[in-house]
Write a protein that binds this ligand. Structure first.
Ligand SMILES: Cc1ncc(COP(=O)(O)O)c(C=O)c1O
Length: 394
């Protein structure tokens, strides 16, 4: 058996990797499964995207390699959208990198900046691609625990000076998965200033920029003065347009940063299917009709989720953004054990906080990705497990 590389062996199990198989086995046993695990809604993409895909797929040129350039119309549509949404100008050819989903870009950018001896500051709980990128680049993740008393923000003053000294990358994600926290502008100003001081690349993951409620409008990191010097921002069609499986997103940054990510990608992929890029152009084109209605549906689901899980005995804040409720468990109830019991006894998939790093212990993440009725049912089932475990674990 060929020996595995040391860096491979540093990778933990990927939390969502085995859920589809587990679900299938339960369904085969006749269990009525409610899946509130992945951030993957049961709603459809815009009709305009479906039409554009089927038209584009019939054009032979679309079946050829996209290469790094991809469909220029996609780059132009992204630049126009960044202008309309955030009032920011980016050059379509040099300041945008089309991605096969934002995850690959988030992980791949690490190869350009990280190496042995260097540090990536990784918030925990957090999206697993951050530590994945750092570990695959043989760098050292510095795991910073996000805490409720800090509003789940990375307090840059708490990170030791020697870590800043060795750091090359800081991953940041607001609106945040899994905690649903949002970041005030003055906080982002402090982060940008610190990254500039230490020459650290700020990888700003904005996958949930369009998923906000109650009048809150998430910013782009580039609304902060000086951010263009040090930041790269990641966007995705996945959540905004219910297009997770289509694998389409983009990175935006100054040309010097975009070009290094593009170079890494030129050795690992040959571009997204151009018909998908054509569909993305159509999706961005129907933003005004599609996105507010979609968000309104998620708000309905959020309100039911908060109400139902609170009634079932859980504590949580009302999320101002994302598709997640971050539920506190009673002390001494381990999140993995709770999630396992909920799945096995009641057929409900949720993510244990520990799946997002040890900093997530004490919580579970519920994705409000299905109908309000099913969410309410899931909450009742979760309440039963909570009651039985609270008795067992004093
Ligand atoms: C915080 C965060 N970033 C990025 C992504 C990746 O999205 P995609 O690769 O589908 O664009 C996700 C998906 O769950 C996420 O939660």
């Amino acid at each position: 058996m060929p020996q595995l590389a040391g860096r491979f062996q540093t990778l933990p199990e990927y939390p969502l990797a085995t859920i589809p198989q587990r679900k299938r086995a339960l369904v085969e046993r006749g269990v009525d499964v409610i899946d509130l695990g992945a951030g993957d809604a049961d709603l459809g993409p815009p009709a305009a995207a479906l039409d554009a895909l089927s038209t584009a797929a019939r054009v032979p040129a679309m079946s050829r390699y996209g290469f790094g350039l991809g469909l220029v119309a996609f780059r132009e549509a992204v630049a126009a959208w960044m202008g309309k949404r955030f009032g920011l100008r980016f050059d379509p050819l040099t300041e945008i990198v089309p991605l096969i989903g934002s995850k690959e870009g988030i992980a791949h950018v690490a190869f350009a900046y990280l190496e042995p001896g260097r540090v990536a500051i990784v918030p925990e709980p957090g999206y697993n691609a951050y530590q994945g990128g750092a570990l695959l680049a043989s760098a050292e993740p510095y795991r910073y625990t996000l805490r409720p008393r800090r509003n789940f923000l990375v307090d840059v003053d708490e990170i030791p000076f020697d870590v800043w000294d060795r750091a090359r990358v800081l991953y940041l994600n607001y609106p945040n998965n899994p905690t649903a926290a949002v970041a005030p502008l003055d906080y982002l100003q402090r982060v940008v200033a610190r990254c500039r001081e230490h020459d650290v690349l700020l990888v700003y993951d904005n996958a949930y920029s369009e998923f906000a409620y109650d009048g809150y409008v998430p910013p782009s990191i580039f609304e902060i003065d000086g951010a263009r010097e040090v930041a790269i921002e990641f966007h995705s069609l996945s959540k905004t347009y219910n297009m997770t499986g289509w694998r389409c997103g983009w990175a935006v940054a100054k040309p010097e940063i975009c070009s290094v990510l593009a170079k890494v990608k030129s050795f690992t992929d040959t571009g997204q299917f151009m018909a998908v890029q054509a569909a993305a152009v159509a999706a961005l084109g129907v933003y005004d009709e599609f996105v507010p209605r979609n968000v309104a549906e998620f708000k309905r689901r959020r309100d039911v989720a908060v109400e139902a899980f609170r009634t079932a005995g859980f504590r949580c804040d009302v999320p101002r953004a994302t598709m997640y409720v971050w539920l506190a468990l009673p002390q001494d109830v381990p999140s993995a054990m709770f999630a396992e019991r909920l799945l096995e006894d009641e057929g409900v998939v949720v993510m244990p906080g520990s799946a997002f790093g040890t900093g997530g212990e004490g919580f579970i993440r519920v994705s409000f990705v299905t109908s309000p009725e099913r969410i309410a049912q899931a909450a009742q089932r979760a309440g039963r497990v909570l009651t039985s475990m609270a008795v067992e674990v004093p």
